[in-house]
Write a protein that binds this ligand. Structure first.
Ligand code: GRF
Length: 208
């Protein structure tokens, strides 16, 4: 069975959706850089090993990333899943796990990389917003796109309402992307991810 390590920093709702998806994989560990992350309890409730590596105990990013990489490696993961992990990873870390790290981002990349995606989407007046699962490269919130789900921005939306609509889709597409990876259905053609899932464009979801 393939092994997955999940990195979190906070609430853990994506973690929960992945655990509830009962994937054909062993969730070997959940690692949090934040000792107060609610996701730690979620992991333990599912019987998953949850460990904390507090970045504040390290003098710089490189030493934190080295400790994180060693801990991660000790679980021998086939796939590393970033689920609300709020630390930028150094190039060294990303290269060490090259092609085996996924992230979910709450916007339709390449629009709105970084933070405050819902607020920025509202201020820009976009009519369509959404979320993206992508492979991680050293550049923040870039990397080959695996699946996206789009939602409408509705009149009267505030950040909270829009975020909730997007989050519902995050919880659908992240387990799906991981399942494709586990089933060997993902390929790479240059910077494009190909999904060999037998339906037309299942990796583009438009949600009314
Ligand atoms: C999600 O919106 C995810 O897209 C972003 O961080 C948030 C994490 O939420 N990367 P949760 O911890 O999974 O509830």
């Amino acid at each position: 069975m393939k092994r997955i390590v999940i990195l979190i920093s906070g609430r853990g709702s994506n973690l929960q959706s992945i655990l509830e998806a009962k994937l054909e994989a062993r969730i070997a560990a959940v690692i949090s850089n934040n000792p107060a992350a609610r996701g730690i309890d979620i992991a333990r409730n599912f019987g998953v090993d949850a460990v904390v590596i507090d970045h504040r105990g390290f003098p710089d990013r490189v030493s934190f990333d080295a400790a994180l990489a060693d801990k991660t490696d000790s679980y021998r993961p086939d796939l590393l899943v970033l689920a609300g992990f709020m630390r930028m990873l150094s190039e060294g870390f990303v290269k060490r796990f090259g092609g085996r790290i996924m992230n979910i981002h709450p916007s339709l990349l390449p629009a709105f990389p970084g933070v405050d995606t819902h607020g920025r989407a509202l201020r820009e007046g976009v009519k369509i917003h959404g979320c993206t699962v992508h492979f991680v490269t050293p550049e923040l919130d870039h990397g080959p796109i695996i699946v996206q789900a789009a939602v409408p921005v509705l009149p009267g939306d505030d950040e909270e309402r829009l975020a909730a609509r997007v989050l519902e889709q995050e919880h659908r597409i992240y387990p799906q992307a991981i399942r494709w990876f586990l089933d060997g259905k993902l390929g790479l053609d240059g910077n494009r991810v190909t999904v060999n899932a037998g339906r037309s464009a299942p990796e583009a979801m438009v949600c009314p």
